[in-house]
Design a protein around this ligand. Structure first.
Ligand code: Q9C
Ligand code: ZN
Length: 342
């Protein structure tokens, strides 16, 4: 399958992540992509193609206009405020405070649109996020045009980003934007299968009241893992979307047998649903050596689950999400893709 990639991901290069009370170099770093590209080349895996420019119209199908305005001007406003560091939220509309309006001043506005403080915004973030959406949309166009599968090498990732919220290293929800594009081009039912270690809270929120996009996520139990406040098994959708959201929260230490059992359950749900296309939110942070996660998958397990996803027999778009064991992220990514193609 083809890989869609652009050097513009490098524009997302913040210097700081708030971790354990310290500002550290971000786990979500440009080197992740370099390792994936090197492994794709070493194993002669398919062609690398550049994205087309789709503009903001398909992004606006998912994200609120005021949120996009905020993202596009946040860094300039932060600098205009005279701050020396990168833009980091410190104040949120929390319990017993109305969520009704974004404040004018940038410290308030960034808190309004933010879900977690680890993610700093700096120069280039908005441009890189737009480029990642173009990468996803280009992969979607390849699959809609008849390719069995494509790999969108998106960076920054997207699945924590909701209609009007960034955080968890995510700004635009690349997978949701691609799923919506399948719908807008005529697919009646689309499934989004999220195998990143973390719950895809943004994707869940975006499609929660809709029956036309089935969302399924295997992830660290939110009682123990980020994003903590969404991802429980009893979140099944609302209104017309009731029954079309499926969460598999899994315990610390989960290894491949239990993970694969949840995956097979999810794949059976996708078959029963009658999806016409599948978007896979492909996070590699389920790996046993991931520095911020607690599952125990081995590199060979990634090949195996790529094979299992292929057995759906559906047009499939892989969209890169997380994965922070940088030295192995390329091997594990390409294992999924080659397993799928066996
Ligand atoms: N400082 C994705 O995998 N919590 N995002 C960080 C370590 C946020 C992960 C904890 C994790 C976000 C796309
Ligand atoms: Zn993750």
């Amino acid at each position: 399958m083809k890989t869609v990639h652009t050097e513009k991901h490098r524009l997302r290069a913040s210097k700081t992540e708030l971790n354990g009370g310290q500002l550290v170099p971000p786990f979500e770093c440009p080197e992740r992509v370099e390792h994936i590209l090197a492994e794709l080349a070493a194993r002669r895996h398919g062609e690398i193609v550049a994205p087309d420019a789709f503009g903001l119209a398909p992004v606006r199908r998912i994200h609120d206009g005021a949120y996009l305005d905020f993202l596009s001007t946040c860094w300039e406003e932060w600098q205009a405020a005279g701050y020396a560091g990168e833009a980091i939220a410190t104040t949120w509309p929390s319990r017993r405070m109305p969520l009704s309006r974004p404040p004018r001043e940038i410290d308030g506005r960034i808190g309004y649109y933010c879900l977690a403080a680890e993610t700093s915004i700096s120069g280039g973030t908005w441009e890189a996020a737009q480029a990642a959406a173009d990468v996803a949309l280009t992969g979607q166009a390849l699959v809609a045009g008849g390719a069995r599968a494509a790999f969108a090498l998106c960076r920054p990732p997207g699945h924590h980003a909701a209609q009007d919220m960034f955080g968890g290293y995510c700004f635009l929800n690349n997978a949701a934007i691609a799923a919506q594009a399948f719908r807008d081009q005529g697919a009646a039912r689309v499934a989004v299968l999220d195998v990143d270690f973390h719950h895809g809270n943004g994707t869940q929120a975006i499609f929660y009241d809709r029956p036309d996009v089935l969302f399924l996520s295997l992830h660290g139990d939110p009682d123990e893992a980020f994003p903590y406040f969404l991802g429980a098994a009893d979140e099944t959708g609302t209104g017309a979307g009731e029954g079309f959201n499926v969460n598999y929260p899994l315990a610390p230490g989960t290894a491949y047998p239990a993970w694969a059992e949840a995956l097979e359950n999810a794949l059976a749900r996708i078959r029963a649903y009658g999806a016409e296309a599948v978007v896979v939110s492909l996070g590699l942070d389920t790996f046993k050596e991931d520095p911020i996660s607690f599952f125990k998958l081995e590199s060979a397990d990634f090949t195996d689950y790529g094979r299992r996803i292929a057995r759906l027999g559906l047009p499939t778009l892989f969209v890169l999400e997380g994965g922070y064991a940088v030295a192995e992220v390329g091997i594990n990514t390409v294992n999924v893709l080659t397993g799928f193609e066996e």
